[in-house]
Design a protein around this ligand. Structure first.
Ligand SMILES: Cc1cc2nc3c(=O)[nH]c(=O)nc-3n(C[C@H](O)[C@H](O)[C@H](O)COP(=O)(O)OP(=O)(O)OC[C@H]3O[C@@H](n4cnc5c(N)ncnc54)[C@H](O)[C@@H]3O)c2cc1C
Length: 391
């Protein structure tokens, strides 16, 4: 399937050819299993190091920090080729996309020298400690407390839904340093060594039997004040900058969705559903949606290159996550009961994997700010509707 060709500059076309050739030569055959299955962690680290040695680990990082200083259009081309090649999931996005840029902006020289190369080489894995049992969308309600004691903060409380928490070396966290009613004004952004005494990481087993998430408990955990990013009580601004990186364009390109549609097409053929009008209508609708997404990302890139940054991060995240869920629902309708069959001659190649992906297709509607919250942002900032009452 194709969504049609777009004109590409000569420089971008050469870059695309370079990436494609490198990926063809280097992507591990058959891919790598999901990094959440701990046993293959080292294989993923090795892949990240291969990317690092080739200079592709952090295209968006400035050259002075070991990145390539690439523009957004070149990064999107890389991501498209990466997805086309079926290359392994990136396993340290928390470090590369979130912690790294924060450290570049707020860290001391010593901290930059300690943390940044270790992120690039994937020596340190990072996790995000924002959500708590009573604070998800309403992050300003977080209660994990941090009290200044000498040269340290003493942290007590609980984080939840911490992706990759089990294997992480470091956490970038939001903690309450103000009084309990201080809202977003009493929050501090701090880097926590996950090996510090008093940290208890408990995996949460999900419906797909994986343990990608954890609960993280803190009991009198001492964190050097030097690890605070920005000002004490000034962490809200730091966190909002990090979240904008998480939602931005290019995290997932149209290629992934086209690959998914091609997989549904294979199921349809194998099951003799090619003449089913409902299936044909679904596929046509979804292919149109993927094409719109491709052009939307193209426009976002063009705007960003002209220096315009608007609420596109919210559009982008809302659009692709809803489309992704619809694609997986259609795939499940096509497979019907066969998605449930495992290791059975009646099953279809790719069906079991599809069911896993279907379960996970619910998640992007929730992470990086739920879709309802993205709609609120669009309502307020684009449509100019009245703001939600805030604490
Ligand atoms: C796959 C995945 C990975 C994650 N990884 C991490 C991680 O690594 N670190 C981390 O800190 N967190 C992580 N999270 C947690 C995620 O950030 C939260 O789940 C999310 O912010 C929503 O918070 P909540 O679950 O507490 O739901 P709530 O905030 O309680 O929301 C419940 C429902 O109410 C709706 N709602 C809430 N407020 C409003 C409002 N003002 N207007 C309209 N509707 C509203 C929400 O949209 C949602 O449907 C992850 C989540 C997922 C799914």
């Amino acid at each position: 399937m194709t969504t049609g060709q777009q004109q590409e500059s000569r420089a971008l076309a050469e870059w695309r050819a370079e990436i494609r050739a490198w990926l063809e030569a280097n992507v591990p055959e058959g891919g790598l299993p999901d990094p959440e299955a701990g046993a293959i962690l080292e294989e993923h680290r090795a892949w990240e190091r291969t990317l690092f040695e080739a200079g592709y680990a952090a295209l968006h990082w400035p050259v002075e920090y070991g990145g390539k200083g690439a523009d957004l259009d070149a990064r999107i081309v890389f991501q498209e080729e990466y997805e086309r090649a079926g290359a392994p999931l990136r396993m340290n996005l928390g470090g590369l996309m979130l912690a790294g840029p924060t450290i570049m902006k707020y860290g001391t020289l010593e901290q930059k020298e300690f943390w940044l190369p270790a992120i690039l080489r994937c020596d340190h894995l990072w996790c995000q400690g924002f959500s708590e049992p009573g604070a998800g969308s309403d992050l300003a309600g977080l209660r994990t407390s941090a009290v200044v004691d000498g040269e340290d903060l003493v942290v007590n409380g609980q984080k939840i839904w911490t992706s990759g928490g089990l294997h992480a070396d470091w956490m970038f966290a939001m903690v309450r340093t103000g009084d309990p009613q201080s809202g977003h004004r009493g929050i501090t952004y701090v880097m926590i060594d996950m090996r510090t005494p008093g940290i208890d990481v408990r995996p949460i087993t999900q419906i797909n039997r994986q343990t990608g998430f954890c609960e993280v408990f803190f009991t009198d955990v001492r964190v050097p004040l030097a690890n605070v990013m920005g000002e004490l009580d000034g962490g809200w601004q730091v966190a909002m900058e990090a979240l904008a990186h998480e939602r931005g364009a290019g995290r997932r390109t149209y290629v992934t969705f086209l690959n998914d549609l091609a997989q549904i097409r294979r199921f349809v053929t194998a099951l003799g559903q090619e003449d089913d009008t409902a299936v044909r209508e679904d596929l046509g609708r979804l292919l149109t949606a993927v094409t719109v997404y491709r052009h939307h990302v193209g426009r976002t890139v063009a705007d960003a290159m002209r220096g315009h940054v608007g609420p596109e991060a919210s559009y982008n995240k809302l659009y692709w996550s809803e489309m992704n869920a619809q694609i997986h629902e259609v795939g499940m309708r096509v497979l019907a009961g066969r998605a449930e069959l495992q290791d059975d001659e009646k099953s279809l190649p790719g069906a079991e994997k599809w069911q896993d992906a279907y379960w996970f297709s619910r998640a992007p509607r929730i992470f990086a700010g739920t879709n309802q919250i993205q709609k609120n942002i669009i309502s307020e900032r684009v449509l100019g509707l009245p703001k939600e009452p805030r604490r």
